[in-house]
Design a protein. Structure first.
Length: 496
């Protein structure tokens, strides 16, 4: 604890964002370049080095937060990087994308603003790359065992890196043309520039991990055939089966799933397309779904110069303060939070019909109506109570030339034939069934990440990737492993 009074004398200060009017004119990350380092040491000083650091429990990775906070406050970046990477393969991802449940569990957050743990983490990761503290770590010797990892999102990449470093020969199969899964084609460039992903993939290649892109297991390569070629298989395909909205008018043109829309915008940033075929430019956009994917669609539509863009959230607007009875500390509370996309929409007045920023809260879609050519032109909605029951007299309509459905995901996609080709058992909600060792009903086949857990956070995906790697290593070595397993398959976030 470098400054015993830091939490008393220093206010919380976050990485400053560029002005909304400036940042929506490009696809670069929203933060002021170089704006974090001048403040991060003082923010790390606010950490109280608690006797019982609840931030550890709130983070599924078990990040050693007080340790690297202390090291950052002393400007010992190399040691801070070592402590951070001891529990997290990709802190530059979580430092940008994770909603920071660790900060909700910060003891200081009982009666003060929490330590800016996420910002400190990001600063360490960026400094580590800048100073060369994260060279490739190839294994000293090979085990002679082979592993196929299906899916290259955060869970698959974490599993692959851990297993490669343990000495196994690992091949990652990805159905898209580039590595990264949702990190590549689901997360917009303004939230995480893809150079961070490319850098990690380059490190993994140098360590010996092999990558097979444009290869859908179950379609391009038989699932059963792949199982016979490898000593173990890890399924980390994510939960890509999106939820549908079955309301009248759904068949109209111009209504698309969020994951049909977002990848095209990312491909424009990659240089594959000059303009997205689903561009929001000049169109009235309505996003159905109040979560992070909906916010990603919002920020993307604003950058594409939508005429207007409104986001519907079926839940009531949350309060600004924690409800101590319903969501006591250190659980992660549902609060009114202003994401970068909502801040932009508010400042630029992109949603004139919205209650707050770009959102209409407690709103449920009734139906769509269109023109004579069969294209959507308006969305009809109704206000709802806490039980999602329609409130009489609250019907209204919004102009809608483009409707984006961001209703979440139920489990892995079944169309490629991977699940059925291997004969995998599934849970009632559609996820892959597994036991306490992450093993499926098929010998030698393991499942991790959203494909088995269900839709979750990037930090949980990385934790599951590390844990399934330990399970696979134990399976291949005959019962022992030195790899860490931060979570079990049935672990869940802290709740009241």
């Amino acid at each position: 604890m470098a400054d015993p009074k830091g939490f008393l004398t220093t206010p919380r200060e976050e990485w400053p964002r560029r002005p909304a009017g400036e940042r929506v004119r490009d696809w670069n990350e929203v933060y002021v370049p170089g704006g974090l380092l001048p403040i991060v040491a003082r923010q790390a000083d606010r950490c109280m080095d608690c006797g019982v650091p609840f931030c550890h429990e709130a983070c599924p990775l078990g990040n050693l937060i007080p340790e690297w906070n202390d090291l950052v406050s002393r400007s010992d970046w190399r040691a801070a990087s070592e402590r951070l990477h001891a529990t997290n393969n990709f802190p530059e991802f979580t430092g940008r994308l994770c909603p920071a449940p660790c900060e909700a569990g910060c003891v200081l957050a009982i009666n003060q603003p929490a330590v800016t743990i996420k910002n400190v983490e990001c600063a360490i990761a960026d400094m580590a790359w800048q100073e060369g503290f994260v060279p490739p770590r190839p294994p000293d010797r090979l085990s002679g065992r082979t592993v196929a990892v299906i899916g290259s999102g955060p869970a698959g990449l974490a599993a692959a890196q851990q297993l490669t470093r343990a000495g196994h020969t690992v091949a990652v199969y990805e159905r898209n043309d580039r590595i990264g899964g949702l990190l590549r084609y689901g997360i917009p460039e303004f939230k995480m520039e893809k150079r961070h992903l490319e850098r990690r993939v380059g490190q993994m290649r140098a360590e010996g991990t092999r990558f097979r892109t444009s290869t859908a297991v179950g379609r391009d390569v038989g699932a059963a055939e792949l199982r016979t070629r490898y000593d173990a298989v890890v399924i980390a395909t994510g939960a890509t089966a999106w939820r549908e909205l079955t309301t009248p008018g759904r068949e109209l043109a111009g209504i698309h799933q969020a994951m049909e829309y977002l990848p095209l915008a990312n491909r424009v940033c990659e240089g594959d397309l000059e303009c997205s075929p689903l561009s929001a430019a000049g169109r009235h956009v309505v996003i159905v779904g109040g979560g992070d994917t909906g916010a990603d669609c919002l920020g993307t539509a604003v950058r594409e110069r939508a005429a207007s863009v409104t986001q519907l959230d079926i839940y009531a607007q949350p309060g600004a303060e924690r409800d101590e009875e319903a969501e006591p500390w250190p659980t992660y509370p549902r609060l009114y939070r202003l994401s970068v996309a909502h801040e932009e929409a508010r400042d630029l007045r992109s949603a004139p019909a919205a209650d707050a920023d770009a959102r209409l809260f407690a709103a449920s879609t009734l139906r769509f109506s269109g023109d004579t050519q069969g294209h959507v032109r308006s969305l009809h909605l109704v206000g709802v109570d806490a039980g999602r029951r329609p409130l009489p007299g609250t019907e209204r309509s919004l102009p809608a030339d483009l409707v984006l459905l961001a209703l979440g995901f139920s489990g892995p996609d079944r169309e490629d034939g991977l699940v059925d080709g291997l004969g995998l058992e599934t849970e009632p909600r559609g996820t892959i069934a597994r036991d306490r060792d992450f093993a499926t009903n098929v010998p030698g086949v393991f499942a991790a990440g959203d494909a088995a857990r269900g839709q979750s956070l990037v930090v949980w995906a990385i934790a599951e990737g590390r844990a399934v790697a330990a399970a696979v290593d134990r399976h291949l070595s005959g019962g022992s492993t030195r790899l860490p397993a931060p979570v079990g398959p049935y672990d869940r976030p802290m709740t009241a």
